[in-house]
Design a binder for this molecule. Structure first.
Ligand SMILES: Nc1ncnc2c1ncn2[C@@H]1O[C@H](COP(=O)(O)OP(=O)(O)OP(=O)(O)O)[C@@H](O)[C@H]1O
Ligand SMILES: [Mg+2]
Length: 1066
């Protein structure tokens, strides 16, 4: 990072700048009469991948990374707990010789001081003092309400922490002589660590550990804590310590300077790319980034970037692309005061980003909002002052853009950033991404679009589509060495050499005959060169192969590997047992002691998260995984091995190869990285062509994906009134990625024909109608959506199924069985999953016979009889015609229904003989589809009865855990396993987590790194801020004088309109 210039210089340089006004906002359409749309993730197949939860950076180097946070504390300083935390921090850092008296001060008097005196001594403002005094009289914080215990307000672990501090202080006091010999600091910390880990899990035991003499002191601390919490809760205006006020004033001053700076034509971008210097500090503190790479600087200072032209940039994996995008996003949020949308490919990555950017949001004053899975509001909440950074998956990003267009707010979106832009060429998800960008381009001329990728070939097509500039560089901070292995010879990939590779070395590992037979690919030799000190990823072609390879490796690894971090590995197994409701996968049970695990979509989200955490901290050193890991989560390795040049049955693509090997040698984590692709002699030529050839080009899927592509696009264009005439729709199509590539993609039809065909099809299907008012033909022919069309696009229903859904719901109205959830669950079981499933008839029959009469009635209503299932189970021929789709769908609804009743994926997985990962994707898919059906019903009056029912059902499916864990799981990145841990440690709500001290979390929650603890707290704080702001906004909205109030004169209504913000009812 550049050195900071003195602030004065910056201000002077700003004075010199006098560029014209910022770009004017583009026209946005007001479509207030339409309801917002919500999309869902049509990614069930990829669902499991996406659900992979992000994990922190690895392992061996993690310590240093955690230290990057230094003593940074993003805790809100005006909260009471923050003050107590400061005390704790001070306590923890006290030098030994001070501990005795220091502890006494901090633990007893210190806390009192902070409760009572801090508010007086720290705040110099006399008015504030007066208010506090008045308030303290009113609230009487010294007198807790009888019968109320502090433990209702503060998580037990927090109370225990202070109690432990007292105990420790006593212990420390007792050993004051020992402390002088220099070992005392360690022992005091050990004491603390021990007590924090053990006691919260054993609350009963706690009272027996010899603290009865402390009871009265404890009570007094509780009283103080309680009264202070109560005081905090009742305080009307937060009072800030002077230092905080100063910092905030400084920041807002800097932001106002930055706002002007960004509008000025000068090349002087101030201390940090037109951003407040605090941003630079945060990057140092939070991410350890001290200086930008040269390419990052060049890219950020490109004239086209400063002029806010659309931009595509492409660099190798680990090149540091994210930082450039983040700086541009911050400029937009802070300096231009516009909202920003960041589109990321998978839910797990969205969650990772939310966690890492929440601290920036809290420190710099913007919202970070999650749009992934079933999270996200449509339209987004209008924020009063602060701007929002929406972080979304591809599907949610599309829904968000639709909702903004519909509510006439698209021009509030200053910037759209798309990571992994090459995904625009991938099936229906690519088509959705294309629609989103095309809609933004068409409806808002002021919204900038930035796309990045490591694997782009036909950039010109993308540039033409996005009207974007292009920047590229081959920079990679850590060198990645690519190798190929044929038999026992290793070759270095070398584009310059004849044949594309050069001899590197022979594998030097003694193989017994048995080993040679079991491990013909020499995997044992290759992995033992790196593990356990460095991490290694072995990519395998299939899920089963991952498990087999993990087991095979462990069979031949030396027993010495068992000793490496043995205790922590036992902990991992213990934690897996906890999240598995008492069960652990037998393969993992055998491999984890060696530091090895498999990682694929067959695992549950909780299992994956635990394994990823263990891998990231170096407890596990080897993952055997499928290619999905390369795109899903950020799990780096020293060595990446590709077991074969195949992904499932298809030959590897260059893009896939690049993504997989790109996990090796990540900046800031590894100093070196290497990849080894194992291949047979017969594949050598093809592999060399692949490695030395160009990247694959990406092509539009808009037209290929008929019902999820062009047809759904047209329906929403007309529904949202973006384009309603044939001429306008054709013009829109010209501006799509397909429009750019049409001549390559579809030679036999013109773009005009494609457009007319799709519109005709939608009209025939009853989703569109030609507008009867406009009698013009040709270009002027206007369309409008029918009720069914409207419901379909609002519900984001795949048009292939919208008729069936309508019929099923209609039939449901005739006799909806509400005695159990089964009937409703059937109605929201995703059609596409049902079409792909094949029931196990024996299981089906067994489950069927266990149904209650009311549940059997549901099956009868659907036309599925026990006799039919029985015949199928016994292999008899069935003459009666039964709809296979209904039968399969009912089977999947049995699975979901069991899951809702038991909330235990493992037992349902056993009962239905299905992989637990599959069951989890089914659940995710059903939750998404349930919210789609809900929106579908909202548009059709006849289905009013479903609305209330589906709201509840969607919630049940979204979390599918015990009700008490739901509030904790609202916090990004907190899954069921973590929620259980937090809950049993006393954290019951988002407020608890937002007020928690990361250091306390670290000590009381198993397997939680400091970074994760901080991220949980930041995410919870962000969520809380967001909720509070939304309520405030709602309150203001309610009290605002309506501009169209009858009886108001024109001048009045003008006044109401122009001063809407301050014209309130009271
Ligand atoms: N200027 C910098 N100094 C030090 N580390 C940096 C810098 N810029 C980025 N990094 C670090 O480099 C690592 C890789 O960066 P990033 O994730 O942005 O790569 P990428 O280009 O997006 O790669 P991929 O294509 O694999 O997603 C991150 O850990 C990031 O914090
Ligand atoms: Mg990236």
């Amino acid at each position: 990072m550049e050195d900071g210039c003195p602030r004065i210089r910056r201000r002077v340089s700003v004075c010199k700048r006098n560029r014209g006004s910022p770009e004017s906002l583009g026209v946005s359409r007001t479509l207030a009469e339409l309801q917002p749309a919500e999309d869902t993730e049509d990614e069930t197949a990829a669902g499991s991948r996406r659900r992979k939860t992000g994990s922190p950076e690895p392992a061996q180097e993690n310590d240093s990374e955690e230290d990057m946070f230094g003593d940074y504390n993003s805790f809100t300083e005006d909260s009471f707990l923050a003050q107590v935390d400061d005390l704790e921090q001070k306590y923890m850092q006290l030098p030994e010789h001070e501990t005795d008296s220091g502890t006494r001060d901090l633990c007893s008097e210190g806390i009192k001081t902070n409760l009572g005196i801090n508010t007086v001594s720290d705040f110099t403002d006399s008015e504030t003092n007066e208010r506090i005094k008045r308030q303290s009289v009113l609230d009487d914080p010294g007198e807790p309400e009888p019968g109320r215990d502090l433990s209702f307000d503060v998580p037990s672990s927090q109370i225990l922490y202070f109690e432990n501090m007292q105990n420790s202080s006593k212990a420390l006091g007792d050993q004051s002589t020992k402390e002088r010999d220099g070992n005392s600091h360690k022992s005091s910390n050990d004491n603390l660590t021990y007590s924090h880990i053990e006691q919260p899990q054993q609350n009963n035991h706690f009272s027996n550990v010899g603290v009865s003499s402390e009871m009265s002191r404890r009570k007094s601390i509780r009283d103080h804590l309680k009264s202070a919490m109560a005081g905090n809760a009742r305080a009307q205006t937060p009072v800030f310590p002077r230092s905080k006020q100063l910092r905030e004033t400084l920041l807002s001053e800097e932001i106002s300077v930055a706002k002007k700076a960004i509008e000025s034509p000068s090349d002087d971008l101030g201390p940090f790319y037109s951003l407040p210097s605090k941003v630079r500090d945060l990057y140092v503190q939070l991410k350890g980034i001290k200086k930008l790479y040269d390419w990052q600087h060049t890219c950020l200072t490109l004239r086209s970037v400063q002029e806010r032209k659309n931009l595509i940039y492409s660099l190798p994996t680990s090149g540091g692309k994210t930082l450039v995008a983040e700086i541009l996003m911050l400029q937009e949020l802070l300096c231009r005061q516009k909202d920003v949308l960041m589109i990321l490919p998978y839910v797990a990555i969205v969650q990772e980003k939310i966690s890492s950017l929440s601290s920036f949001g809290i420190e710099l004053g913007f919202f970070v909002e999650e749009y992934a899975g079933s999270k996200g509001r449509f339209p987004p909440i209008k924020r009063r002052e602060k701007k929002s950074l929406y972080i979304a998956t591809i599907e949610k990003g599309h829904s968000l853009v639709n909702a903004l267009i519909e509510s006439g707010r698209i021009s509030t979106l200053g910037l759209v950033v798309v990571d992994e832009l090459h995904m625009i060429g991938e099936g229906s998800r690519g088509a959705i991404l294309e629609m989103t960008l095309a809609k933004v381009l068409y409806t808002s001329k002021t919204t900038q679009i930035i796309g990045m990728s490591a694997t782009l070939n036909n950039v010109e097509d993308l540039q033409a589509f996005l009207k974007a500039e292009y920047y590229t560089s081959q920079f990679r901070p850590v060198e990645l060495k690519e190798f190929l292995k044929v038999n026992d010879t290793i070759y270095a990939v070398d584009g310059q050499a004849a044949g594309g590779m050069t001899f590197s070395r022979l594998l030097n590992y003694k193989y017994s005959d048995a080993l040679k037979k079991m491990d013909p690919d020499h995997l044992v030799a290759l992995v033992t060169e790196v593990i356990p000190n460095y991490s290694c990823l072995v990519f395998c072609p299939s899920k089963k192969n991952c498990e087999n390879v993990a087991e095979m490796l462990c069979k031949f690894l030396s027993k010495d590997y068992l000793n490496h971090r043995e205790k922590e590995k036992c902990e991992v197994i213990k934690n897996l047992r906890n999240v598995g409701h008492g069960k652990v996968c037998p393969v993992l049970k055998r491999t984890i002691p060696f530091g090895v695990a498999y990682h694929h979509s067959g695992l549950t989200c909780d299992e994956r998260k635990l394994l990823e955490e263990a891998y990231a901290t170096g407890v596990l050193c080897l993952f055997t995984c499928t290619s999905t890991l390369a795109a899903g989560v950020n799990l780096p390795a020293r060595r990446v091995i590709l077991r074969a040049p195949y992904v499932a049955n298809s030959f590897l693509k260059r893009n896939q190869y690049k993504q997989m090997i790109g996990r090796a040698g990540r900046a800031g984590i590894d100093t070196a990285g290497e990849s080894i692709l194992l291949l047979q002699e017969k594949d050598k030529q093809q592999v060399l062509e692949l490695i030395n050839g160009p990247l694959e080009s990406c092509y539009s899927h808009l037209v290929e994906e008929l019902t999820k592509g062009i047809q759904s696009l047209f329906l929403s264009l007309i529904g949202l009134k973006i384009a309603t005439s044939l001429g306008d729709i054709y013009q829109f199509m010209n501006g799509t990625f397909f429009g750019v590539q049409q001549k390559i993609l579809l030679k036999e039809k013109s773009l005009w024909e494609v457009t007319v065909d799709a519109l005709e099809h939608l009209t025939e299907k009853g989703l569109l109608q030609k507008d009867s008012h406009g009698d013009s033909e040709g270009l002027q022919c206007h369309f409008r959506v029918t009720k069914l069309g409207q419901a379909s696009y609002k519900g984001a229903i795949d048009l292939a199924y919208c008729d069936t859904l309508y019929r099923d719901l209609k039939k449901g109205l005739e006799g909806l069985v509400l005695e159990s959830l089964l009937h409703l669950v059937y109605l929201i079981t995703p059609y596409d999953l049902a079409a792909q499933s094949e029931p196990d008839w024996m299981v089906y029959f067994r489950q069927f016979s266990q149904l209650s009469p009311a549940e059997q009635n549901v099956a009868a209503l659907l036309g599925v009889s026990e006799g039919f299932i029985g015949k199928k189970a016994s292999g008899q021929a069935v003459r009666k015609k039964v709809d296979k789709n209904v039968v399969n769908r009912l089977y999947l609804s049995f699975v979901l229904y069991s899951l809702l009743k038991e909330t235990n994926i493992w037992s349902v997985s056993e009962k239905f003989n299905m992989p637990r990962g599959y069951i989890q994707s089914l659940l995710t898919g059903a939750a998404s589809f349930s919210s789609c059906v809900l929106h579908f019903c909202e548009e059709l009056e006849e289905f009013w009865v479903y609305k209330a029912l589906l709201v509840e059902l969607t919630k049940k499916l979204t979390y599918c855990v015990k009700a008490e864990l739901i509030p904790l799981m609202e916090v990004t990145g907190v899954l069921e396993g973590r929620a259980k841990q937090l809950y049993s440690a006393g954290y019951r709500s988002v407020m608890h987590l937002a007020s928690a001290n990361p250091e306390v979390l670290l000590k009381t929650i198993d397997h939680l790194s400091r970074r994760q603890a901080k991220q949980i707290v930041s995410s919870a704080k962000m969520l809380l801020h967001e909720k509070a702001e939304a309520l405030q906004e709602e309150a203001e909205e309610l009290l605002r004088l309506p501009a169209d109030l009858p009886g108001l004169g024109s001048s009045n209504s003008e006044r109401a309109g122009s001063h809407a913000g301050d014209t309130t009812l009271c």
